[in-house]
Design a protein around this ligand. Structure first.
Ligand code: UD1
Length: 431
């Protein structure tokens, strides 16, 4: 297992190109299953989660081709997906275990083939994460659902039919899954309290370009008129707002200045508001965001995670680390996942002053210094929070379990080295 070795104390300066969004790309890949035609995705990030999803589709019968490309100055990948015929309708445990988002094949396969078997994802490091909204919505659309030997067996021999759905939680995963399923259902589906994350807009726009009839994109009420078939498309993955937000914190925490190329400021309004309130200078340009914290004296601010456009849970850990370098106390409240403070004990080992209250809130107090240590995290974003701590810690920090970071941060050490960080990847037995 690789590790990252970081020598702290360098201010970061320069440009970082933001990659295509992992959380947009994953449902887009699965949406390619809705047609026999060729689906081409551009600006795809190079990440292990994308490789895992591609491997799953190949197992289902998709032919995938890839080639390197440069999009908006950033080297990335273009993939084409073609699924003439499904050779399997089963998603085994091994895929779902590696990556929960494997459940995005549920909606498309049920819509196209009227049958799917999917290993149920269990809980994960950040919480229980059930799938009840996905499953009960499909039932309301006429599917019969059975749980057997850890698998969901979903079938709709006559095809799915439109339904009026009211989600009790604005779930990102359920919105994407039902959106895909409803495109080929008979009649109209309405989703009330749909999630509004930009990744859902990216998916809905691609589905419309394939011939779907979705309205209300970007609002909490989506209306989908079912069509008989969808056709091929060429579609661009939006830039990753969470990667951009993470590097914005890298600039702020080192009191440096980084221009986040291709980042979309409109998708990061709440984190930008917090950065500005703390005292960081943020300039929103049409195709970049400039984060400048040179000479800044930062002030702690309270944060509460929420559904989009609220503060993203996927930036909570990174901002908590930033608050350690601010004056005063900051209260961080996590409302989306029940177990998302796993980075706290590791930050404490580096000298942090954090008091966790129950599962949902933590008081973070600014400290004079953090000290390098051997640390590891149990999830992707928490791992980045430890990298951030390493960037400012005195001495050397080793972040273990880099495979978490490789799931969601493309070329992390190259991007950070490019702006002046002292960071190297070590193989298992190197020190
Ligand atoms: C997606 C993102 C993840 C992000 C999260 C919240 C992907 C691949 N992952 O995850 O990075 O942190 O959105 O922005 O895009 N819930 C239920 N029942 C359900 C579905 C969800 O109770 O059927 C609960 C979850 O346990 C959680 C909350 O709803 O507490 C939000 O989850 P959801 O929006 O579905 O997150 P994911 O789609 O899993």
């Amino acid at each position: 297992m690789d590790k990252l070795k970081i020598k702290g104390g360098h201010q970061l300066f320069g440009k970082i190109y933001i990659s295509g969004a992992k959380n947009a790309a994953l449902p887009l890949i699965c949406a390619s299953l809705l047609t026999k035609d060729r689906v081409t995705l551009t600006n795809m990030p190079v990440l292990s989660d994308i490789r895992s999803m591609n491997a799953l589709l190949e197992q289902l019968g998709t032919i995938i081709e890839s080639r390197d490309e440069v999009v908006d100055g950033n080297p990335s990948k273009m993939y084409t997906f073609k699924t003439d015929k499904l050779s399997s309708l089963v998603t085994p445990y091994d895929y779902v275990r590696k990556m929960r988002a494997s459940y995005y094949v549920l909606g498309p396969l049920l819509a196209r083939e009227h049958y799917v078997e999917l290993s149920l994802p269990g809980g994960c490091a950040i919480g229980a994460r059930p799938m009840d909204i996905h499953l009960s919505s499909l039932e309301q659309m006429g599917a019969s659902i059975e749980i057997k030997n850890g698998y969901v067996i979903a079938q709709a021999p006559q095809g799915l039919t439109g339904a009026h759905l009211i989600f009790n939680i604005a779930s990102v995963g359920a919105t994407c899954n039902i959106l895909m399923a409803a495109t080929l259902a008979k009649g109209t589906t309405i989703i009330e309290n749909a999630a509004m994350e930009p990744e859902i807009g990216n998916l809905a726009n691609m589905l419309n370009a394939m011939g779907a009839k979705i309205s209300g994109i970007g609002t909490p009420i989506l209306t989908i008129e079912g069509v008989n078939e969808l056709h091929g498309v060429v579609h661009k993955v939006i830039p990753d707002r969470i990667e951009a937000g993470s590097y914005a914190v890298a600039a702020a925490i080192t009191r440096g200045q980084i221009e986040l190329m291709n980042a979309q400021a409109e998708t990061l309004q709440t984190p930008i508001k917090i950065l500005r309130a703390m005292g960081v200078r943020v300039t929103e340009n049409p195709h970049s965001i400039l984060v400048d914290a040179q000479g800044c004296h930062l002030e702690g601010k309270d944060i509460m995670t929420d559904y989009y456009p609220g503060f993203p849970t996927d930036l909570q850990a990174q901002f908590m680390t930033l608050m350690l370098t601010a004056e005063g106390a900051s209260m961080i409240t996590e409302t989306i996942f029940e177990n998302r403070f796993m980075h706290v004990p590791e930050l404490m080992r580096m000298g942090a002053n954090i008091n966790v209250h129950g599962h949902a809130s933590a008081i973070v107090r600014g400290v004079k210094k953090l000290y390098g240590a051997q640390v590891m995290a149990t999830d992707l974003r928490a791992s980045f929070a430890l990298v951030l701590a390493g960037l400012i810690a005195e001495g050397e920090t080793i972040v273990n379990r880099v495979y978490h970071l490789d799931r969601g941060y493309e070329k992390i050490e190259q991007k950070l080295r490019g702006v002046g960080a002292d960071i190297v990847r070590l193989k298992d037995d190197e020190e």
